[in-house]
Design a protein around this ligand. Structure first.
Ligand code: KIV
Length: 293
């Protein structure tokens, strides 16, 4: 992955949230495509409230994911399955307010939670509209194959979609745990077929979670128009995403082995987020020791 000049990132909020040292261009779909064409790495991070959204934005994060991981890190559930639409809308509104207060430029991506898009494309459309009205710029949904028509329905109606394949946490009970995906040739080929179909249906981005590194790299190479964002999927994706709490080394459960505690490196929270962004952009995160699959 080519390196980027992390010195070019603006210097952050300083003591007064709301004052920005330097303005960046808003992270829009055209900007996403431009970055993908130039092979610039995309740095995504989760956030769930106004202040952390503003700090992440100031640290140079391109896209803030209001993930349904909030069910685990904010609500204390053991999985994302109990998360409901009203909670997602609440957290998206908080994040959007934080960015509006600070003239933030990051794109806000909101997860469609468990059960909010499974019945039909029209159910997905109704719930995606609610998330967009709460302040999202894009919605994310999990799964391949059966989700393709839903992705097409949303994108044809002007709602940008981020797809999510590999370990799809909403299906943790069907998958039998948080396991690496793409282990057999059949699994790898199914993932690739689903990824290509999602791109053809209009998906603007594709999260690949805990996919074997070589499989994730192959899928990335197969998708000309849809950047892949990896989490625990090696170095060969077009960008990376992590859960905010993992980057800061705090959590209720076991830390996944692909994460790095950037706060442990010193300098405070904003510096930790900035070093995450720099490490994604210069290709030093993840390193091989963090994904031994
Ligand atoms: O909910 C979430 O935070 C996610 C990321 C782990 C990709 O889906």
């Amino acid at each position: 992955m080519p390196s980027n000049d992390c010195a070019g990132l603006h210097t952050g909020l300083g003591p007064h949230i709301g004052q920005r040292a330097e303005q960046r261009k808003p992270f829009t779909l055209p900007r996403l495509r431009e970055m993908h064409t130039r092979r610039e790495a995309i740095a995504m991070l989760t956030a769930y409230d106004a202040t952390f959204a503003a700090v992440a934005d100031a640290a140079g994060v391109d896209a803030i994911l209001v993930g349904d991981s909030l069910g685990m890190v904010c609500q204390g559930h053991p999985s994302t399955v109990p998360v409901r639409m009203d909670a997602m809308c609440y957290h998206v509104e908080c994040v959007a307010r934080g960015l509006a207060r600070t003239s933030g430029t990051a794109m806000v991506i909101a997860d469609l939670p468990y059960g909010s898009y499974h019945e039909s494309p029209s159910q997905a459309l109704r719930n995606a509209v609610a998330l967009m009205q709460a302040g999202a710029h894009m919605v994310k949904l999990e799964g391949g194959g059966w989700t393709t028509d839903t992705v097409r329905c949303l994108t044809e109606r002007g709602i940008p979609v981020c797809a999510h394949l590999g370990l799809t946490p909403q299906s943790v009970h069907a998958l039998g745990g948080y396991r690496v995906q793409g282990n057999t040739a059949d699994d790898a080929s199914r993932l690739r077929t689903h990824a290509v179909a999602l791109q053809e249906a209009g998906a603007a981005m594709l999260v690949l979670e805990m996919v074997r590194a070589q499989v994730a790299a192959d899928i990335t190479a197969a998708l000309a128009h849809c950047p892949t964002i990896g989490i625990g999927s090696g170095r060969g994706t077009a960008g990376q995403v992590l859960v905010l709490h993992d980057v800061l080394g705090v959590g209720l459960g076991r830390t996944p082995r692909f994460v790095r505690n950037f706060l442990a490196e010193g300098g405070g929270i904003e510096a930790a987020l900035r070093s995450y962004v720099c490490a994604v952009k210069d290709g030093s995160f993840p390193d091989d020791s963090l994904h031994a699959w």
